[in-house]
Design a binder for this molecule. Structure first.
Ligand code: GLY
Length: 567
């Protein structure tokens, strides 16, 4: 553990003092952006503005979702995409809830041991970098599914602002310039040619995405086929196959996003609606919330020794179950009802002790009988009609596989790494998987993306989600608890320092500023292994809270360039 210098303790105290409670809303002391009735919070101001402009034209939250997602593909190529996939959870103004799974799929030529060498060992980098890492993209089909079911404005009007943005160009932010500089060497290594981002881009420069604009025009003019068939499909397949990948035109043509029933559960007087498998987010968080429900966590205090212990132990047990039971529900049977039942979860918590950490090595998944980066981006939307959306979309790693379809102007994901390539061997997020998440043709890889909507008193209360691979689940969890249990406003809940545990590795990771040395020493004395690195960021939460006066407070994460916009 790094030595905790006094200044960090000061930062901690300062952050704690600054926290405003929702009771302060009438006094206008909340720190987040406040809007009367409609809001988008996303990773880039350009995307939030485009989503809001659609709602100002009379479009609903679903229209705004389509526009926001497409504009993130332009303004935030790090994770926004048309070459990746995602999940969306919604709640309509009538209180109906649902979820869309537009997660990538394994190509038909994929096979269980495709990332192993002749000795059965993982071939380093094969599932993360380059064309073999790419899953069949789902984003574009997902957006058309949303439009078919809920769209109120023509698709062409929803995509046009992104085409215009791509042609006009996007101004590089400081954080973006740093990200590009860090990833540049991969671009030439993977693609063998110079791609648009492989330049010495500086803060304030403008990047025009002309080839991407043309792809978006084909999607505008030809609909779904503008991506999954014809010219764009040819470009994508040629690029992938030239670089040694296995995606075919049939894989693209056959891709279908799927409507799913979200995971819904109660926590005290909240109803939490979150993503179902192939995401692990809803089930894991249901387990964690059920595990902590009998405890009066508010009385322990935010990020106190007891709160951290309780959450860590609940997380340890949930992530152990995740690794064993969860996978694509179209391929594996998951005992969802048991996993999220209070009875089962309480039984799992029976070994929890305030005196001593439970070593992960002594804890396996629970026994249920009779049953056979981390780079993602989240946005939350609420419209003036009362519809709400929580959507998380990803290329997986930073710029995905780094494979760039130059003619089409877009990156492709490396989502195949979210499968368990070899049972018991961790993926890029350190997550261990089992048979349930083994690779099979046409199967979706397990995800941690956790787009979530929370209801209180049968009304919309919060829309929340985050990027961050395996840390997504615990970032969403802590944000909800910060508001509900620790009485913070939305922005303060997002700002608050976070920690994370995922069973294996058996460490608890803390963001660098915000946890004092004394607290961390106390945890170590109880057997917790502490990890605190200088630049670690746990999640990048974008969220919207309905305030007691009916207005909306945005929580846009300062850890990125995120922005809340609304009216
Ligand atoms: N690619 C990150 C996730 O889906 O969890």
């Amino acid at each position: 553990m790094k030595k905790i210098i006094p200044i960090i303790a000061f930062v901690f105290l300062f952050t704690q003092c600054k926290i405003k409670t929702i009771e302060n809303v009438e006094n206008n002391k909340l720190t987040g952006f406040i809007a009367d009735s409609a809001m988008v919070v996303s990773a880039r101001e350009e995307a939030s503005k485009i989503g809001v402009a659609i709602m100002q034209k009379g479009g609903n939250a679903f229209d705004a979702m389509i526009a926001t997602e497409l504009s993130l593909a332009v303004a935030y190529p790090f994770a926004g995409n048309i070459g990746g996939g995602g999940f969306m959870v919604y709640r309509t103004h009538e209180g109906k809830t649902g979820a869309l799974d537009y997660r990538e799929k394994a190509p038909q030529a994929a096979s269980k041991n495709m990332y192993l060498d002749e000795n059965g060992d993982i071939i380093q980098g094969k599932s993360t970098l380059g064309a073999m890492a790419v899953g069949v993209p789902g984003t574009v089909d997902g957006l058309f599914k949303v439009h078919q079911k809920f769209g109120s404005l023509p698709f062409s009007e929803l995509i046009q602002p992104s085409i215009d943005l791509a042609n006009k160009g996007v101004v590089v932010t400081k954080k973006q310039a740093e990200r590009i500089a860090k990833q540049r060497h991969f671009f030439s290594e993977v693609n063998g040619t110079k791609i648009i981002l492989d330049n010495d881009w500086k803060e304030g420069d403008t990047i025009k995405y002309v080839m991407l604009a043309k792809t978006l025009e084909r999607i505008r003019d030809l609909g779904r086929d503008g991506f999954y068939k014809g010219e764009t499909a040819d470009m994508l397949v040629n690029c992938v196959q030239k670089l040694g990948g296995i995606i075919t035109k049939a894989d693209l043509e056959n891709y279908e996003a799927t409507w799913r029933t979200p995971i819904a559960f109660n926590y005290k007087d909240l109803k939490i609606i979150s993503m179902s498998p192939p995401s692990s987010g809803g089930i894991c968080n249901a387990q964690i919330f059920k595990a902590i429900e009998p405890f009066d966590i508010a009385s322990y205090g935010h990020n106190s020794l007891k709160s951290i212990q309780l959450l860590t132990e609940a997380e340890r047990r949930a992530y152990a179950d995740r690794s064993y039971y969860l996978g694509d529900p179209d391929f594996v049977k998951i005992p969802i009802d048991t996993l999220i039942s209070s009875k089962y979860v309480q039984k799992r918590m029976a070994s929890f002790s305030w005196d001593k950490a439970t070593p992960s090595s002594t804890l396996q998944h629970g026994k249920i009988t009779g049953y056979e980066s981390d780079e993602t981006t989240h946005y939350s939307i609420v419209d003036k009609y009362g519809n709400s959306i929580s959507a998380t979309t990803t290329l997986n790693g930073a710029y995905g596989s780094k494979v760039f379809v130059s003619e089409g102007g877009f990156f492709l994901n490396n989502e195949m790494d979210d499968f368990s390539s070899k049972p018991g061997t961790p993926n890029m997020f350190g997550l261990i998987g089992a048979e349930a998440n083994a690779i099979a043709p046409g199967k979706r890889m397990l995800s941690s993306m956790t787009p979530t909507i929370v209801e209180k008193n049968n009304r919309f209360y919060m829309s929340v989600g985050s990027p961050g691979g395996s840390t997504i689940i615990t970032s969403v969890l802590q944000t909800i608890l910060n508001v509900y249990e620790f009485k913070m406003g939305m922005q303060d809940a997002v700002n608050a320092p976070r920690f994370h545990h995922q069973w294996l590795p058996d460490v608890v990771t803390f963001e660098p500023n915000g946890f004092d040395g004394l607290l961390l020493n106390q945890l170590q004395e109880k057997g917790y292994q502490i990890k605190q690195e200088n630049s670690v960021i746990l999640g990048k939460v974008d969220a919207i809270l309905r305030l007691p006066n009916g207005k909306l407070e945005g929580g846009a994460d300062y850890r990125g360039d995120d922005k809340a916009v609304g009216f």
